[in-house]
Design a protein around this ligand. Structure first.
Ligand SMILES: Cc1ncc(C[n+]2csc(CCOP(=O)(O)OP(=O)(O)O)c2C)c(N)n1
Ligand SMILES: [Mg+2]
Length: 350
C-alpha cells in the first residue's frame, strides 16, 4: 500500500510546497462544491446528485498527476477530478440541470477551440472502460504523448466491460490508467459482497498488467502513484490503480445509507473512513506549509466562485427535446413523434 501522510515528511516526497497547497485548495473547492450541490438538490434545483464526499483526496491527487491533454473518462462520481482539471463548476451544474454535455458552455473545450479532453461522464456502469482503451489505442496510433485515464468504482469491476477493457489494454499495450476508486460501496453492496478477490488491484494480474494499491485518502500518495502509472502507460504498460477511499455520504441524494451502513462498515480502519480533508490539512499545518487560516480562506474563495457558477447555471433553461439527440444520427419516426409531443406539450405550458 502506497502512503505518504503519516509516513514521510513533505521534504521526502517529490511534491513541492506549492503543489501541496494547490492540492489542499482544490480539495477544499471540491468539498464546497459537493456541499452546495447537495443543498441545491434538496431545494429542487436539480433532480438528483451523487455526492463524492470522502473521495476528494483520491480525485484531486489523480487529476493533478495527469497532463492537460490526457483524455479523461469520468463517471457520475468523478466531479472532483473534472473540477481539478479545470472544468467549470457552472458546466457541471448545468449538466445536472438537464443540459447535454455536448453544448458549448463556459470552460468547455470545444467552445475554446480545443480538442475535448473530458468525455461524457458515464452513468451506465463500466461502459466508459472499453471506450477509454480505444481512445488510448488511438493516441498510441497517432504517436501522441497522451494517456486515457478511465475512472471506475469497485462495483464496476463486476461488469463484463471491465474485463474486456483490461484484456484489450493488456494485449494491445494501450496507454491507459484505470483509476478504480474503491469507496467501499456499490450503492448498498459492500465490497466484500462485490468480489471474493482479496484486492481489486490483484485483478490486473489476470490480464498481464500491473495493479497497485494506494491510500486514497492521501492526495500526495495518489498523486505519486498516478504520476508513475501515467509514465508506465505512456511506455505501453497500462496500470490498474486501486485507490482505497470511502463514500462518506449516500450513494445519491435519493439514497438513505442509514438503512444498510453501520454493520457492514465495522472493521474498516479509521484512516479509511476519516475525513481526508481534515487529515491532509492537519499534515500540511504540521509540516509548516499552510497556516491556520488557509482552509477557511480557501472555503470563502470557493463559496464566492460557486455563487457565480450557480447564477450562471441558473441563467438558462435546458431544452427538453435534447433527450432525443445524440443516440441516432437519423432518429427513427417513433422518436421524432415523441420529440414533437414533448416539445409541443412544453410549449402549451408556457
Ligand atoms: C450497467 C448498469 N447496471 C446497473 C446500474 C445501477 N447502478 C448505478 S450506480 C451502481 C453502483 C456502482 O458502484 P461502483 O462501481 O462502486 O461506483 P460508486 O457508485 O461507488 O462510485 C449501480 C449498480 C447502472 N447504472 N448501470
Ligand atoms: Mg463504489
Amino acid at each position: 500500500m502506497h502512503r505518504v501522510v503519516g509516513e514521510r515528511s513533505l521534504g521526502e516526497t517529490s511534491v513541492e510546497p506549492d503543489l501541496a497547497r494547490t492540492l489542499l485548495r482544490e480539495m477544499v473547492f471540491a468539498r464546497v462544491f459537493d456541499e452546495r450541490a447537495v443543498a441545491l438538490q434538496r431545494r429542487g434545483w436539480m433532480s438528483g446528485y451523487p455526492p463524492f464526499e470522502g473521495q476528494e483526496a483520491s480525485q484531486v491527487g489523480a487529476a493533478r498527476a495527469l497532463a492537460d491533454d490526457d483524455w479523461l473518462f469520468p463517471t457520475y462520481r468523478s466531479n472532483a477530478v473534472q473540477l481539478a482539471r479545470g472544468r467549470s463548476p457552472a458546466d457541471i451544474l448545468r449538466f445536472r440541470r438537464g443540459f447535454s454535455e455536448y453544448e458549448p458552455v463556459d470552460g468547455d473545450d470545444t467552445a475554446a477551440g480545443r480538442e475535448p479532453v473530458t468525455f461524457t461522464q458515464a452513468t451506465p456502469i463500466a461502459t466508459q472502460l472499453p471506450h477509454a482503451v480505444g481512445a488510448g489505442m488511438a493516441a498510441a496510433h497517432r504517436d501522441a504523448d497522451r494517456v486515457a485515464c478511465a475512472c471506475l468504482g469497485d462495483g464496476a469491476t463486476s461488469e463484463g466491460d471491465f474485463h474486456e477493457a483490461l484484456n484489450f489494454a493488456g494485449v494491445f499495450a494501450a496507454p491507459v490508467v484505470f483509476l478504480c476508486e474503491n469507496n467501499g460501496w456499490a450503492i448498498s453492496l459492500p465490497t466484500d459482497r462485490q468480489t471474493a478477490s482479496e484486492t481489486i488491484a490483484g485483478k490486473a494480474g489476470a490480464y498481464g498488467i500491473e495493479g497497485v494499491r494506494v491510500d486514497g485518502m492521501d492526495p500526495l500518495a495518489v498523486y505519486e502513484v498516478v504520476a508513475e502509472a501515467r509514465e508506465s502507460a505512456l511506455s505501453g504498460e497500462p496500470v490498474l490503480v486501486e485507490s482505497l477511499t470511502y463514500r462518506r455520504g449516500p450513494h445519491t441524494t435519493a439514497d438513505d445509507p442509514d438503512r444498510y451502513r453501520d454493520a457492514a462498515t465495522e472493521g474498516l480502519p479509521e484512516w479509511r473512513t476519516a475525513d481526508p480533508l481534515e487529515r491532509y490539512a492537519d499534515y500540511l499545518r504540521e509540516e509548516g506549509v499552510v497556516d491556520e487560516g488557509f482552509v477557511a480562506a480557501a472555503r470563502e474563495a470557493a463559496r464566492e466562485e460557486l455563487d457565480e457558477a450557480v447564477a450562471a447555471a441558473e441563467g438558462s433553461e435546458p431544452d427538453p427535446g435534447d433527450v432525443f439527440d445524440h443516440a441516432y444520427a437519423a432518429p427513427p419516426p417513433r422518436l421524432r413523434d415523441q420529440r414533437r409531443f414533448v416539445t409541443e406539450r412544453d410549449g402549451r405550458r408556457e
